[in-house]
Design a protein around this ligand. Structure first.
Ligand code: PSU
Ligand code: MN
Length: 315
């Protein structure tokens, strides 16, 4: 087995050593969540959104068994190309890709693990995985849930993907001790929609407040993450009711075609895009940029707090 199992880009390494704000970004959304070649532009524009607000982006993936933190444009292009075999790995499968020297896109769970390993506590994505509809039959619950329950990471997202069973997802997050925090909202956003019937009990209004809460989580040492729910920009939102029937049909179709396990999410996302004439895709991209910007703002505030914070005994 080779010795090198990870590579950190020079820029990200420098930023971490200098305690500059860094935002982690995942690669499953690139390889399996968006169509080629739009996935490349989207990944690069997410990085741009992070930079614009003052942080350094660290897009994470696995290239021929090497965990790479801070993918270059060429590396992003490689992972985005559907002509290559790119695995989709959660934290449980990460070592398979490393040990077998495969290339792989990392999900929220695997990306959180890697980011935390390199002491990057803030991560932006589209929507977290969760409890799938029809879970009674399939037992399909994303590894994201379990990882969020044990990795102290602030995940900035537009809620959970609306293809999921949102009430059950929210309940499970609570059971796992994950803080689900609304950003300027008291509603659990449903990815493409700003609103859903589910209420959130805890909200923050500013990136600074989000940074305070994250700092507290790191200081108390309580395991588990914080999901910072950032509703999609109003202009791009698709009403919740409008999507419901389309999603229900797609779920039935997935079941009929025996689409299972890791293939379920990519299948539903692409079906949705077809059935909304690309509107869902447009919305998906908009919320990704929006989340990258907010994560970067929080990272900047968090960086300032960290510089000011005194060494203490206990927390
Ligand atoms: N959000 C998106 N598109 C995606 C995903 C999230 O907008 O493709 C990915 C994330 O990487 C998430 C994963 O962790 O889907 C969940 O997949 P699964 O349901 O198979 O655990
Ligand atoms: Mn699953």
């Amino acid at each position: 087995m080779k010795d090198i199992i990870y590579k950190v880009s020079e820029e990200v390494e420098r930023a971490l050593l200098d305690e500059k704000p860094v935002v982690a970004l995942e690669s499953t959304v690139i390889s399996h969540g968006l169509p080629y070649p739009e996935n490349i532009q989207t990944a690069l524009k997410m990085e741009e959104a992070v930079r614009k607000e003052g942080s350094i982006p660290a897009t994470i993936g696995v290239l021929n068994g090497v965990v790479t933190v801070g993918l270059s444009q060429k590396e992003i292009e490689y992972l985005a190309d559907t002509n290559h075999t790119i695995l989709k790995v959660g934290v449980g499968e990460l070592d398979y890709a490393i040990g077998m020297e495969y290339s792989a896109a990392t999900t929220v769970s695997a990306t959180s693990w890697i980011a935390n390993f390199f002491k990057i506590p803030i991560f932006a994505t589209g929507g977290i995985g969760g409890v799938h509809r029809g879970v009674e039959k399939t037992w399909d619950v994303s590894q994201d849930m379990h990882s969020l329950g044990r990795i102290p990471m602030m995940v900035v997202c537009a809620g959970a993907k609306s293809i999921l069973d949102l009430p059950k997802t929210l309940e499970l997050l609570e059971s796992y001790g994950v803080l689900t925090l609304g950003y300027q909202t008291d509603c659990f956003p449903a990815f493409y929609s700003r609103e859903s019937p589910m209420k959130l009990a805890h909200t923050v209004q500013t990136p600074l407040d989000a940074a305070y809460v994250l700092m507290s989580r790191l200081k108390t040492g309580i395991p588990g993450g914080i999901v910072l729910c950032n509703p999609i920009p109003i202009e791009e939102a698709v009403p919740y009711e409008e999507l419901e029937s389309i999603i229900n049909e797609a779920v039935i179709e997935a079941d009929r075609n025996h689409i299972e396990k890791k293939a379920v999410t990519p299948f539903l996302l692409s079906r949705l895009s077809q059935k909304t004439d690309g509107r869902s895709l447009k919305a998906n991209k908009a919320l990704l940029f929006h989340n990258a910007s907010l994560a970067s703002k929080v990272a900047v505030e968090f960086g300032a707090l960290r510089r000011r914070s005194k060494k203490t005994i206990g927390f």
